[in-house]
Design a binder for this molecule. Structure first.
Ligand SMILES: Cc1ncc(COP(=O)(O)O)c(C=O)c1O
Length: 388
């Protein structure tokens, strides 16, 4: 197929914001209440109902939610927390923030998610928790992970930054969670509020602790102290954090939540076009979805190059020359300077993680992409690979 380079740059990612979101934010601006207030509380309720959890606590990011989850579960200095290196730094930084030590387990080389069969070998008497990451919108094998967690009495804090709408064995991630589940509403995510996050749990004690920790450790309902009937009196029960969601985010979030099914359907259509357009290209491997991921959120569409005729970096450059934005999810966390320093020269055996990183590319995928956009990417991927 002949290359006709498109005029405009196709970004790797764009949020899907309509007049509805804009109007809702403007209404909130006019309401006089910008901070955490009634809209945050309403969004928390709607989100908990949507995923099927008892409690939801709005935060300013998934990073905050991941940190608070571990704090609320009592993870601290001297503890070890098992996680994956094939993730964004936030999943691991937040373990370090509690004073605990992250322990990396390799990924399943088919899915990019933590390999549950390699977890037990890394458990020691110091292990306190597991942080599995639902990579790209694929579900981790939760039954297996919770089976191990139950056996060793470990807390599970699921990182669902990519997994709003993902279903495991027919159940929404976050439905009746046995531990905690943290979501991201960052600008690139399937539900976007610019910055934002949510922690869900069925554990009342964890939810109560989280609510207190996200607003400095203030006693409950202190957000309301400037409204009529609110009290100026508050107490600090613990030295907490300033991590709460606020009403402008929640206003955006509620409209996005209402539109989630529609945005998800579009993601599914685009993923189908990629899959049927690229399935016969021998030089790439398409995402492999295990049976237990009954719904993939299609947060990312990650392809793996399996040819040595072109390097991953050259392939990305050639896509960029054709005005196609891409990304790489992820540079393994253990290869980052801070973690190399922390490891003090210790070499980790994470062969699947390292191989995965060498060959992956995330193609653009977001609801406002047109069929023409996605077909252009398909054709240019083929053109580049046929030309090497
Ligand atoms: C897997 C994963 N976990 C956590 C985060 C952190 O999310 P946030 O930016 O909402 O803190 C991200 C963000 O990209 C992520 O990809």
């Amino acid at each position: 197929m002949q290359t006709m380079i498109r005029k405009g740059y196709l970004p790797y990612c764009l949020p899907d914001i309509t007049e509805e979101e804009i109007n809702e934010v403007v209404d909130t601006l006019k309401s006089g209440w910008l901070a955490k207030g009634p809209k945050t509380i309403e969004f928390e309720k709607q989100f908990a109902d949507y995923v099927g959890a008892k409690y939801a606590v709005g935060m300013n990011s998934a990073t905050a939610a991941l940190h608070i989850a571990l704090c609320a579960a009592g993870v601290g200095p001297g503890d070890e927390v098992i996680t994956t290196s094939m993730t964004f730094a936030a999943s691991v930084n937040t373990i370090v923030h509690t004073g605990a030590t992250p322990v990396f387990v390799d990924i399943d080389s088919n899915t990019g998610c933590i390999d549950p069969e390699q977890i037990e070998a890394k458990i020691t008497s110091k292990t306190k928790a597991i942080v599995p990451v639902h990579y790209a919108g694929q579900a981790c094998d939760l039954d297996r992970i919770y089976e191990i967690a139950d056996k060793y009495n470990l807390f599970v804090s699921e990182d669902a930054a990519h997994a709003i709408f993902t279903q495991y064995k027919g159940r929404m991630i976050g439905c009746k969670p046995k531990g905690t589940v943290s979501y991201s509403f960052y600008a690139t995510k399937n539900l976007a509020t610019g910055e934002g996050g949510m922690l869900v749990t069925d554990d009342e004690e964890i939810a109560n602790k989280a609510r207190i920790l996200v607003t400095h450790g203030m006693s409950r309902n202190a957000w309301n102290r400037y409204a009529k009937g609110g009290s100026w009196m508050y107490d600090i029960e613990e030295p907490g954090y300033k991590y709460n969601m606020f009403d402008l985010q929640a206003a955006l979030g509620m409209v996005q939540l209402n539109r989630l099914q529609e945005m998800q359907s579009r993601r599914e259509t685009l993923a189908k076009i990629y899959t049927s357009g690229l399935k016969d290209v021998k030089a790439i491997t398409l995402p492999s979805i295990p049976e237990f991921t009954t719904t993939h959120s299609w947060h990312l569409f990650v392809i793996t190059l399996n040819t040595n005729l072109i390097s991953r970096n050259d392939f990305i450059d050639k896509l960029n020359d054709r005005n196609i934005g891409t990304s790489v999810h992820f540079i393994p966390v253990h290869q980052m300077t801070a973690y190399k320093r922390m490891l003090g020269g210790q070499i980790l055996e994470l062969p699947n993680t390292e191989k995965w990183f060498e060959n992956i590319v995330s193609l653009p995928l977001y609801p406002t992409m047109t069929d023409e956009d996605v077909n252009y990417v398909v054709n240019e991927v083929k053109n580049i690979l046929e030309g090497v």
